[in-house]
Design a protein around this ligand. Sequence first.
Ligand SMILES: [Zn+2]
Ligand SMILES: [Zn+2]
Ligand SMILES: [Zn+2]
Length: 87
Amino acid sequence: MAQCTHLDSIREVHPHSRGCEECLKTGDTWVHLRLCLTCGHVGCCDSSKNQHATKHFHATRHPIMKSFEPGEDWGWCYVDQLMLDLA
Ligand SMILES: [Zn+2]
Ligand SMILES: [Zn+2]
Ligand SMILES: [Zn+2]
């Protein structure tokens, strides 16, 4: 079974914002929010039209994000394309 080898990039982050940082600037809307566990960037999910969480990964190479939705404890490694249980 594949394992994520990027868990050491997880930091104790504080979310930068309560919504997608880029969408808040442009006045856009989003569907769900994702939190970067390396720097605390908040971006919108791939169901959102701007997909800022994925764009953040491509811009920064920060590999792991976590759902920023209340009650959701799953994460995702963009490099390994693996779902992570962060509960
Ligand atoms: Zn990984
Ligand atoms: Zn966004
Ligand atoms: Zn980041």
